[in-house]
Design a protein around this ligand. Structure first.
Ligand code: AMP
Ligand code: GLY
Length: 422
């Protein structure tokens, strides 16, 4: 029987990790990516169709006779890619537009959580400039101001400076007509990626992202500068609370919608000092760079899991994990996150470590080949160096050994990824 034809939508490190996971699956024949990157091109075929071109992606999937489409980013999901694919009879890993509102609207997500009694911070909606001061009075600092738009992590301001909070609220009001002021949750952040459909769900090993650009979690927010899994802050007792208090009620809610949710539910958590979890955000897709440290820990067939989810039969699927740890360190372009210098040649990325059970390798992100075949940078997050090993310390060392071999003028990376695990 010919293998499955799979189309992956997106072109970041997350999509390369999905691509490598699917490539290891005996049931997969060909892997196509749109638009993909240098890494996905090493494994399959890239198509120059943007991840937000819904019509173009559906036509491509039909033309390829795709058995499965795996959607990486949120924007096409919010814009109805899964709905259009399913209407064309193509299985899609990623929820329909209505399910994707959980990420598309933070206010919607908040209302769902409040209705279901899921632990999360309190929240007020500010709709008039005259209401700003009273709203600020109703929460203790630090203040958390969230615009209700898809802003790739840039729509959130967390500050102890009342004037800055006021300005963020006023700016959000001007651009969007309303803005959210949310209770600040303190503790340690963690992410749990849940592969979910109406039949059941599978939680992948909890991970921790490093969102700030600078060492010691300082400086501006980014898409994520590195991650590791499993994150020890999510102890078995904390994990059980996450399942009981968050994942179970969300699954019950989503499986009872008219169109069931089929894809990843990304649960962004704050774990307080007592081990109580609170939800910071839901995303409707795999995280980036969390995917780079969770997919390598799945020891069973990834294609089988994603296809089962797209077809609503997760509960019939056996999923197994390596008892290893993984760490990934992002290499970013000069100027990132404010800007990014791109088009520079990258050297040394073919490096691989294989020493017993220790592995080190590159997940490609904003990369391409120029007309002369040189590997060049094409985005803010260029690649990430990933290590996997029985011990987290060896996984971290492997990731740093790999990144130390890579040359890219002006690039930077954090030297303290996974410090909380040590
Ligand atoms: P989000 O885009 O909702 O993930 O927010 C970006 C970052 O802001 C999160 O990763 C947290 O570090 C921080 N953040 C968001 N909401 C809260 C909150 N309620 N309490 C504390 N920190 C928050
Ligand atoms: N790493 C955070 C995210 O994917 O949203």
């Amino acid at each position: 029987m010919p293998g499955l034809t799979v189309l992956i939508v997106g072109g970041g490190g997350r999509e390369h990790a999905i691509c490598l996971g699917l490539d290891a699956s005996p049931s997969v024949g060909t892997i196509h990516s749109a638009p993909g990157n240098a890494g996905t091109l090493m494994v399959g075929v890239n198509h120059t169709i943007s991840a937000s071109d819904i019509e173009g992606l559906v036509s491509l999937a039909v033309e390829l006779g795709a058995d499965l489409v795996v959607v990486g980013p949120e924007v096409p999901l919010v814009n109805g890619l899964a709905d259009s694919l399913r209407a064309a009879g193509i299985a899609c890993f990623g929820p329909h537009a209505e399910g994707a509102i959980l990420e598309g609207s933070k206010l919607h997500a908040k209302r769902v959580m409040q209705e279901l009694g899921i632990p999360t911070g309190g929240c007020v909606v500010v709709e008039k400039a005259g209401a700003i001061e009273a709203a600020l009075d109703s929460f203790k600092p630090p203040w958390v101001v969230k615009r209700d738009v898809l802003a790739a992590g840039k729509g959130v301001t967390v500050t102890t400076d009342r004037q800055q909070a006021h300005d963020a609220l006023a700016a959000g009001l001007t651009s969007d007509g309303f803005v959210l002021l949310e209770e600040h949750l303190s503790g340690e952040e963690a992410s749990v990626l849940v592969v979910m459909d109406e039949s059941g769900y599978v939680c992948l090993p909890p991970s921790q992202d490093h969102k700030r650009v600078g060492e010691g979690d300082t400086g501006p927010n980014t898409g994520g500068m590195g991650a590791y899994a499993p994150a020890p802050v999510v102890t078995p007792a904390v994990f059980q609370r996450v399942v009981d208090e968050i994942v179970e009620p969300m699954h019950h809610h989503l499986r009872n919608q008219d169109v069931p949710y089929r894809g990843c539910l990304y649960v962004g958590l704050m774990i307080d000092s007592q081990g109580a979890p609170g939800v910071i955000e839901f995303n409707v897709r795999f995280g980036d760079p969390e995917t780079q440290v969770t997919i390598p820990l799945i020891s069973s067939d990834l294609a089988e899991l994603l296809l089962a989810c797209a077809e609503g039969r997760v509960s019939d699927t056996e999923v197994e994990f390596h008892s290893h740890s993984a760490a990934t360190v992002v290499l970013a372009s000069e100027g990132y996150p404010a800007s990014s210098v791109t088009g520079r040649v990258i050297s040394g990325s073919e490096v691989k470590i294989e020493e017993g059970e220790i592995r080190g390798f590159v997940h490609y992100a904003g990369t391409n080949f120029d007309s002369e075949g040189n590997l060049i940078s094409s985005g803010g997050r260029v690649l990430s160096a990933t290590g996997t090993a029985p011990e987290i310390s060896s996984a971290i060392s492997a990731a740093y050994e790999v990144i130390g071999c890579i040359g890219l003028e002006g690039s930077h990376y954090r030297s303290d990824i996974a410090f909380r695990a040590l």
